[in-house]
Design a protein. Structure first.
Length: 103
């Protein structure tokens, strides 16, 4: 495996991996806290860094059928959430990332 490069975000409000603390997103990228993951609350971000995107798959979410890809922490491989690839329903289309928040 090659050298692992990670982004370091500068700012005061930074979301990070709950396991290894690698930076994931700036507070400015937070779009909504009104999401529910399989195991609890989840946040919607416009952009995240230091993630690995898994394979796309069809998944039935509360808003209908979507094609999503799971995302994982680049450092510790923790499952962080999913990324919307596209929605079957035109009214539900977006390309944002949902990250689980473990409390």
């Amino acid at each position: 495996m090659g050298k692992l490069f990670m982004y370091y975000l500068s700012g005061t409000n930074i979301f990070s991996c709950g396991t290894c603390k690698v930076h994931l997103a700036l507070f400015d990228q937070l779009i909504s806290t009104d999401f529910q993951g399989r195991y609890g609350p989840a946040y919607l971000f416009g952009e995240c860094v230091n993630v690995i995107v898994g394979e796309s798959e069809d998944r039935n979410l509360t808003t209908g059928m979507h094609v999503v890809a799971d995302i994982y922490c680049v450092r510790c491989d923790e499952h962080l959430g999913w990324k919307y690839e596209f929605a079957k329903d035109e009214s539900q289309k977006n390309s944002n990332i949902v990250v689980f928040v473990y409390i």
